[in-house]
Write a new protein. Sequence first.
Length: 323
Amino acid sequence: MSDIKKVVVAGGGVLGSQIAFQTAYCGFDVTIWLRSEGSIGRTQPKLDKLKETYLAAIEAMKKAESPADPDWCRGIADFDSFDPEACKAKVEAAYSNLKLELDMAKAVGDADLVIESMAEVKEEKTAFFTKLAPLLPEKAILVTNSSSLLPSDFTKVTGRPAKYLALHFANSIWKQNIAEVMAQDETAKESFDAVMQFAQEIRMIPLPVNKEKAGYLLNSLLIPFLFSALDLVANGISDPESIDKAWKLGTGAPRGPFEIFDVVGLTTADNIVDKYQKVPGLINPLLKKMMLPYNFKEQKAILKKYIDEGKLGRNSGEGFYKY
Ligand SMILES: NC(=O)c1ccc[n+]([C@@H]2O[C@H](COP(=O)([O-])OP(=O)(O)OC[C@H]3O[C@@H](n4cnc5c(N)ncnc54)[C@H](O)[C@@H]3O)[C@@H](O)[C@H]2O)c1
């Protein structure tokens, strides 16, 4: 067991509310710190919805024949010891025990762990960490859930380099329950180990990232993979369906890159193309020989055509595929 008992989540957006709910589901004392009454009005409905989502997931899990069933949620229970009624009781307890707090000093005064999950805006996060630093108790470990900013962007202002690192979740954490635990140069081993242990205690599968790396593990693999697929289309080499078939039938993977694009959403994909075409040396030079020069212009043209037609991916009913 880690020594972590009291957890504060800063930010009650999509991920903050999920992290808070999952942590409370696993029996921790959880407070969500929010900046305004307006934020409470936006976060509470997310928690209401999460409660319903967990309860519906538990119902669906009853029909699963193995833990490989797509309805099985590893963040909710182990297949061999699944007790639906006990899980539902944990959902009810999580929902009623979660606290929302506007006063930062009060929220973090006795925290063992603070999980920053605010909007991806560097200046806002810097201001938050700066304000937080003098309020944190000595014992507290601080983690950021940032997807695209590096933890070292904020080490200085946290005032606790040895007890600061990244803990990065995936969306729908009750189901996609990976947690990438990433150190920055000054993170102490004890803090890293404590966060690895905590991640396991909230039913995540902790994945160590021992050195700071933009994209952690998943996005370091996924983003070049998706770009490579889109580029095959952008260069007129083949079509989305054939490329997906090549990947799925050739490797046994359940989804092809264009099916993944439809899940991520094509607007997000377009933002990523914008962002990554500015990154020099994205691709390892050794791999360059087998890669086409990225045709970002045509990649964007393809995405724009779909986006303009309202085909934004799975959520809109159509993307590269119809649902
Ligand atoms: N959405 C994802 O799939 C995903 C996955 C992994 C990690 N993340 C990371 O999680 C973090 C939050 O993302 P999200 O998708 O939940 O965003 P979101 O926009 O849904 O939520 C952001 C939250 O931050 C709050 N916030 C914004 N500025 C603030 C400020 N100055 N002070 C206090 N609170 C403030 C907002 O009120 C909101 O509750 C980001 O760092 C993002 O990179 C997101």
